[in-house]
Write a new protein. Structure first.
Ligand code: SF4
Length: 82
């Protein structure tokens, strides 16, 4: 599997991956703080939304927040097709 080039510049590179699969809000805030410093945040977020990543913090958003964006985009496509 090809590694996306944006991952090379990720702020989380070298950080324990488990940090981005938080078990409580305090852990989630720490993960999001790293994402807040990340220069490839948008690429990461788009990857997670387009691939339907079901878990974890990607692009600074948790799975619920990503699903909301995906739902909004689907709704927009439906409305614009009418
Ligand atoms: S946005 Fe967060 S999870 Fe995504 S690459 Fe950057 S630091 Fe890692």
């Amino acid at each position: 599997m090809q590694v996306q080039s944006w991952r090379e510049d990720a702020a989380c590179k070298g950080i324990r991956p488990g940090l981005f699969y938080p078990e409580n809000e305090a852990e989630e805030r720490k993960a999001k703080a790293v994402c807040g410093l990340c220069q490839v945040r948008e690429c990461c977020l788009e990857f997670a939304i387009s691939s339907g990543e079901p878990e974890g913090v990607w692009g600074g958003l948790n799975s619920r927040q990503r699903r909301r964006i995906a739902r909004s985009r689907r709704d927009l496509r439906v409305f614009s097709a009418v």
